[in-house]
Write a protein that binds this ligand. Structure first.
Ligand code: ATP
Ligand code: MG
Length: 612
């Protein structure tokens, strides 16, 4: 392919609205351009990489007997009402009306449509298991689209769905997909980890996310340095730590410590001074997060009726709340910071506490409707006493706080964020190490949530009707390509992993005005293509070799072949490895053998790296 004929426009400057490396490099390399927020044009170079990744997906999924189909982007509201998600799915679901005023949405995912397809076409246990997938454009009206292809509103996803006769069979399908994903990301040669992730509060479900490790990743991952336990920090189990002994229990001393004008926990602790104490250790302080939680208590025409609870989450002063754990513990559909916590507790921010002060709304509610206020206390405080806590009066903190004694019906649970260095509770030997990751895929055992709601059933060998047990499996195609760049670049540009490089060889004609050079370059292009390699031939005239080198580094194809009049005087051309920068010189007729040898070496290095 001649570069003069190809739609590529490279940029020297970093585009102003590009926040992460992959987005900057893909825009500078002329791979993508923004059409609207979170909506991108995939130009030919990007599309070649995407297509290659899609082929890897197809090849690996085929090994597990998955069948490809294609579902519509536009989906009727009725299906979403049947599953109950029409009212649950928030503003990310782009809803539209047709000319007859009927409701539709743009598919953010396809559980409803696939369940409808299977219930209409599959009825016997003999047809199961079945795994169906598509590669298709999704739309999610993300609140903050950013990072180019990594968090778009419109994006390409591979989504697969499995249907099985029972739990054990569904688990088998799940682990087959887990292994399939491991093969897929290993083939790319990227460093990745499968991590245990939060599956919400649906019974019978569990899930792993696949993360490409990168400093720019949005997710925090904790991984034990001794056993295999690796999980998304939003779900990582915190180790049990015995309460620190703070001496014989004392009575609650109301608003004992005064720290006017000091609002941050760590600074307050230093300022907790009385006759006996010159500051308190953070493990003897406590803090509270007041939250509003909505629980589903019934159904109505819109789908569901919710009830609101006031929730106080009390933790040690040096621990952070984990909102996912709190949400799951309550079985809440929505959990958010209580907007009017100051009014509710009769306090001001910085001095909020869990113990009700007489005459406040909290006090009245705890006395009139005790089940409308929930006190969750982190396990690290089980059995603790002589703590400090916000007094719900300006500037004041209580001393002598004992959650078990001073709170109405406290529930002790693991509700904190685990941290790097924490002892791993799974093996009891290793400690957590922290990583950042980009979630590129997820495998999810759904159980019977959709099959029951939408009556997707089969007849077993006794003629009895049962709901199918489902799993769903997504991979972000654009996000994976971008994540591969996040892991593979240098100051000059992209360093493509061979399997998804738009082209494998960038052939630079350094003297296009010279007839001999041109003829040799033409011949090399033809021979490489005949040898099965993908070549972009930079045949542009009027550009210095330096300018061509810069563009080639930016585009980042694994190999760069160079033909110039100076080299040809000695009868030699050059081949440069983008990653190692090593150059070899040889006769033009050896080009195919040299490129093949370089490819074999690169693929061996990739195999050694994949997954580590
Ligand atoms: P996230 O937590 O990052 O918003 P998700 O967990 O909601 O993603 P899934 O529903 O699991 O996403 O979708 C499957 C895959 O689709 C994800 O693993 C990711 O690779 C990709 N994906 C999801 N949202 C986006 C997006 N806005 N832009 C690009 N890819 C996305
Ligand atoms: Mg996900």
């Amino acid at each position: 392919m001649k570069q003069t004929k190809m739609l590529i426009h490279t940029l020297r400057e970093v585009p102003r609205d590009a926040d992460v490396i992959s987005q900057q490099l893909m825009m500078r390399a002329g791979m993508i351009q923004k059409l609207a927020a979170g909506i991108y044009d995939y130009l030919p170079l990007a599309f070649r990489s995407i297509r290659k990744f899609e082929e890897i997906l197809r090849e690996e999924l085929a090994k597990d007997g998955c069948q490809e189909l294609l579902m519509p982007t536009v989906q009727p509201a009725e299906l979403w009402q049947e599953s109950g998600r029409w009212s649950f799915y928030g503003k990310e679901l782009l809803r539209l009306k047709d000319r007859k005023d009927a409701d539709f949405c743009l598919g953010p995912t396809h559980e409803e449509v696939i369940t409808d397809i299977v219930r209409r076409n599959v009825s016997s246990y003999k047809q199961l298991p079945m795994n169906l997938f598509q590669i298709q454009t999704k739309f999610r009206d993300e609140i903050r689209p950013r990072f180019g292809l990594m968090r778009g509103r419109e994006f390409i996803m591979k989504d697969a769905y499995s249907f099985d006769v029972d739990d054990a069979a569904a688990d088998k399908s799940y682990w087959a997909m887990y292994n399939c994903y491991s093969r897929i990301f290993a083939r790319l040669g990227v460093k990745f980890r499968p991590v245990e992730a939060d599956s919400g509060a649906i019974g019978g479900s569990f899930t792993h996310e696949f993360h490409v490790l990168a400093g720019s990743g949005e997710d925090a991952i904790l991984s034990c340095d001794h056993c295999d336990y690796t999980s998304n920090a939003e779900k990582t189990e915190a180790p049990r730590i015995p309460p620190v002994d703070h001496g014989p229990a004392m009575a609650l001393k109301p608003a004992h410590f005064k720290t006017p004008g000091i609002f941050a926990m760590a600074e307050q602790a230093v300022a907790f001074v009385d006759g006996e104490h010159n500051g308190m250790p953070l493990h003897q302080t406590s803090k509270v997060y007041w939250m509003d939680a909505d629980l589903v208590v019934g159904k109505d025409a819109d789908g569901h009726v919710t009830r609101r609870l006031a929730v106080a989450v009390t933790l040690r002063g040096d621990h952070e709340m984990n909102p996912v754990k709190v949400k799951n513990a309550l079985g809440a559909v929505v959990l958010q910071p209580m907007a009017d916590a100051e009014d509710f507790t009769g306090s001001v921010s910085g001095f909020l506490g869990p113990v009700a002060r007489a005459g406040t709304r909290q006090w009245e509610l705890e006395h009139s409707h005790p089940d409308a206020v929930v006190h969750l206390v982190d396990k690290a405080l089980e059995g603790a006493n002589n703590l400090t806590c916000g007094a719900n009066v300006v500037d004041g903190h209580h001393f002598g706080f004992d959650p078990g004694r001073d709170l109405p019906s406290p529930r002790y649970l693991d509700v904190r964020m685990a941290q790097e260095g924490d002892l791993c509770p799974r093996c009891g030997q290793g400690h957590y190490q922290a990583f950042r990751g980009i979630e590129v895929g997820q495998v999810f055992k759904l159980g019977t949530k959709y099959s029951k709601a939408m009556n997707c059933v089969y007849l077993d060998e006794h003629g009895k009707e049962n709901p199918m047990v489902m799993g769903c499996y997504g991979i972000g195609v654009g996000r994976t390509v971008a994540a591969a760049i996040e892991q593979n670049y240098d100051a000059d540009g992209i360093i493509w992993p061979w399997p998804i490089a738009p082209y494998q060889v960038h052939l630079l004609d350094l003297d296009p005005g010279n007839a001999e050079v041109r003829a040799v370059a033409e011949r090399m292009e033809k021979e490489l293509e005949a040898g099965g390699f993908e070549v972009l031939h930079d045949d542009r005239e009027g550009l210095s070799p330096g300018a061509k080198f810069k563009d080639a580094d930016l585009l980042g194809f694994p190999l760069r072949a160079m033909v110039g009049s100076r080299g040809l005087k000695e009868g030699l051309v050059e081949l440069r490895d983008r990653r190692s920068k090593e150059v070899v010189k040889f006769k033009p007729e050896e080009i195919v053998a040299q490129v093949a040898a370089a490819r074999d070496r690169i693929m061996r290095e990739l195999d050694a790296q994949g997954g580590r």
